[in-house]
Design a protein around this ligand. Structure first.
Ligand code: HPA
Length: 264
């Protein structure tokens, strides 16, 4: 049976927005994952807290491959992920939502692929459209129905973390075309695409990035803003789940056709 995956980022740990929930774990070739299975409007939903349910896993230690492999194994066809981000773009204000459509990868020490040779031979993922355009359109429509400030499109800069950025780095990212900055979207987006799931990210602007904001950044302010946006995010996620056509067949679902498709 097909399912919808929800990957909750910072501030998004509560799967009780879904119905019939129960906690489970699954062993994958990359390690064990914990998840919550539930339903919404008759659709199966699998929820994974990216940083663990108590926010104990930092961005550079997340087991991205286990999370994505696990979602695939559990029948997920569509992934809605959430990320807290800083803004480099004066039009993207704290409290706004951005449906990221491109990324700039500044990570340093992460395993970025399932295709490491052997059972999975060399493969070169096409990332012309890394964030499923059809899913982004659905989310944008739901967001507008709820009168949210939502931008469809924006370039996400992924840093290694766990530290925040220097103002000099933010200036450079801005010159390179970055709109938002966070620490977790890469390699998650690429692994999801290798596993032929339609993937999208709802980025929540929690702050202006270092140097744009006059104040020093704190994790506390990120979490506080996430709290303020929680009810809007809930409406966005639930409305999107309701609107997804489980039979939809997007380009993302056969992205690896050239390599014989993704096999578990
Ligand atoms: N930088 C990196 N990650 C973030 C930020 C930021 O300013 N805000 C929320 N996550």
């Amino acid at each position: 049976m097909s399912a919808i995956g929800v990957i909750g980022g910072t501030g998004v740990y509560d799967p009780s927005i879904f119905e019939n929930i129960h906690e489970e774990s699954l062993m994958t070739p990359y390690g064990e994952i914990d998840y919550v299975q539930g339903t919404y409007k008759g659709k199966t939903v699998i929820f994974v807290a990216r940083h663990g349910k108590d926010h104990t896993i930092p961005p550079h230690k997340i087991n991205y491959r286990a999370n994505i492999w696990g979602l695939k194994k559990l029948g997920v066809k569509f992934i809605i992920s959430t990320t807290a981000v800083g803004s480099l773009n004066k039009n993207f204000e704290p409290g706004h939502f951005v449906l990221t459509d491109q990324f700039l990868d500044f990570t340093k020490n992460r395993i970025t692929t399932f295709y490491e040779g052997g059972d999975r031979p060399v493969a070169h993922l096409d990332v012309t459209n890394p964030y499923c355009p059809e899913l982004r359109e659905i989310i944008e429509t739901v967001g507008k129905e709820h009168n949210l400030s939502i931008h469809n499109g924006g370039t996400y800069v992924c840093t290694e973390g766990p530290r925040f950025e220097t103002p000099a780095e933010i200036k450079m990212f801005h010159m390179l075309g970055g709109d938002t900055v966070g620490m977790t979207n890469v390699p998650e987006v690429n692994l999801a695409n290798e596993a032929e799931m339609a993937y999208t990210t709802i980025s929540m602007i929690t702050n202006y990035a270092a140097g744009i904001s006059e104040n020093a950044l704190t994790h506390g302010e990120v979490v506080e803003m996430m709290g303020e946006m929680a009810s809007q995010l809930k409406a966005l996620i639930l409305g999107t789940i309701e609107a997804i056509d489980m039979a939809a067949n997007y380009a993302a679902h056969h992205r690896m056709a050239e390599y014989g498709g993704f096999k578990l």
